[in-house]
Design a protein around this ligand. Structure first.
Ligand SMILES: Nc1ncnc2c1ncn2[C@@H]1O[C@H](COP(=O)(O)OP(=O)(O)OP(=O)(O)O)[C@@H](O)[C@H]1O
Ligand SMILES: [Mg+2]
Length: 297
C-alpha cells in the first residue's frame, strides 16, 4: 500500500496542518484528514507508516460509537460517498482516513485524564508529589497505577510540544467554573469507560487527551479520540512500574532513533523498511486488540 504524507485536495481550502492531520474548511463543517505521517520526540519523521492515518481514523470512529451515550461528538460522516460533491474527485485519497465534522468553538484546554503515572505527570510528581495541584501518595514509581484516575488539564499551545499542565483553578480562569466542572466530569467518565474496555482487551490506557468544543451552546467531544497518537497505551502483560514503559505503537521507532543517536533536532531521519513494517503491524494490532476486528488496508 502507498503512503500518504500530505493530502492534496486541489482548491479546497486547507486551514491547518498538524503533525499528523490536515484540516480543511468545508462550508460550516471541517474535514479532518489523517495522513500517514508519524512523529517522535516532537518531530515529524522523514518516513510515513502506510495506512496509519486510516488505522487512527478507524480507531477514533470505534470509540465515538462506544462513548456516544456519555457525550455527543462532532462526527457528521466518515463515509466519503456522503461527503459534499466538491470532495468526490478525491474519494480515493480520503477513503477511510477522513471525517467530516461539525466546526466547534473550541475550549482552549486539553482535557487529560490519567490513571497511571507517566510522561509529564511523572516529572511533575518527582518535583512536587503532585500533578496539576492534585496531591498524590508518596512512593509511586514511573508507570504506577494511581489510587484513582485524575483530571490533569493542560494549556493548548500552538506548538503542542510546549503544552503546560495547569491546575483546575487556572483552568477555571480560562473557562468558566460551570464549564470546567462539566469538562472534568466528562473527561473522567470517558476515560473510565475507555480504560475498562482497553483492560478487557489486554491493554492499559495509561492516560489520554480529549478536546471539547461548543456547538449551538452545547458541549461536544471533538478532535480524534483515544488513538495511540492522543493516548498512552501499554501492553498489560508487559507492564512493570519502575521505569518508562514500552510504547505500544512507537517503541520500534523510538528504539531505532536512539540506536542511531539522533540528536532530536531537525531534520528528522527517515526510517528503515523493517522499522516501518513492524510499526505498521503494531498499529494494526492496536486496532485489532481494541475493536476485536481485523482492518483491511
Ligand atoms: N470539531 C472541531 N471544530 C473545530 N476545531 C477542531 C474540531 N476538532 C478538532 N479541531 C482542531 O483541529 C486541529 C486538528 O489539528 P491537529 O491535531 O492535526 O494538529 P495540532 O493540534 O495543531 O497539532 P498536533 O499534531 O500536535 O496535534 C486542532 O487544533 C483541534 O483543536
Ligand atoms: Mg492535535
Amino acid at each position: 500500500m502507498k503512503v500518504l504524507l500530505e493530502s492534496q485536495l486541489g482548491t479546497v481550502p486547507k486551514i491547518g496542518r498538524g503533525k499528523v492531520r490536515d484540516l480543511y474548511s468545508i462550508g460550516d463543517a471541517l474535514l479532518l484528514v489523517a495522513t500517514d505521517r508519524i512523529s517522535a520526540f516532537d518531530h515529524i519523521l522523514g518516513s510515513g507508516i502506510p495506512g496509519k492515518g486510516k488505522i487512527l481514523t478507524q480507531i477514533s470512529l470505534f470509540w465515538f460509537e462506544l462513548l456516544a451515550d456519555i457525550v455527543t461528538n462532532h462526527l457528521i460522516s466518515a463515509d466519503v460517498h456522503e461527503f459534499p460533491s466538491e470532495l468526490q474527485p478525491f474519494a480515493d485519497q480520503l477513503e477511510g482516513r477522513s471525517m467530516l465534522v461539525k466546526r466547534a468553538e473550541m475550549f482552549p484546554v486539553e482535557c487529560v485524564a490519567r490513571g497511571f503515572l507517566a510522561g509529564s505527570g511523572w516529572k511533575e510528581y518527582l518535583g512536587s508529589q503532585s500533578v496539576c495541584g492534585i496531591s498524590l501518595p508518596a512512593g509511586l514509581q514511573d508507570g504506577s497505577r494511581l489510587p484513582e484516575p485524575i483530571f490533569t488539564p493542560a494549556t493548548k499551545s500552538q506548538d503542542s510540544s510546549h503544552d503546560e499542565n495547569i491546575s483546575f483553578d487556572v483552568m477555571q480562569s480560562a473557562v468558566n467554573r460551570e464549564d470546567a466542572l462539566e469538562l472534568k466530569r466528562l473527561t473522567l467518565a470517558l476515560y473510565n469507560r475507555a480504560a475498562a474496555h482497553a483492560e478487557k482487551q489486554g491493554l492499559i490506557l495509561a492516560d489520554t487527551k480529549f478536546e471539547f468544543g461548543r456547538v449551538n451552546g452545547k458541549i461536544i467531544l471533538t478532535d480524534e479520540v483515544l488513538t495511540p497518537d492522543s493516548s498512552r497505551f501499554w501492553d498489560a502483560a508487559l507492564w512493570k512500574p519502575g521505569g518508562a514503559q514500552p510504547s505500544f505503537d512507537k517503541q520500534f521507532v523510538r528504539d531505532y532513533l536512539e540506536s542511531i543517536r539522533w540528536n532530536k533536532q531537525a531534520p528528522a531521519p527517515a526510517l528503515p523498511d523493517d522499522v516501518v513494517e513492524r510499526t505498521q503491524a503494531k498499529y494494526l494490532e492496536a486496532f485489532r486488540k481494541l475493536t476485536g476486528r481485523e482492518l483491511v488496508l
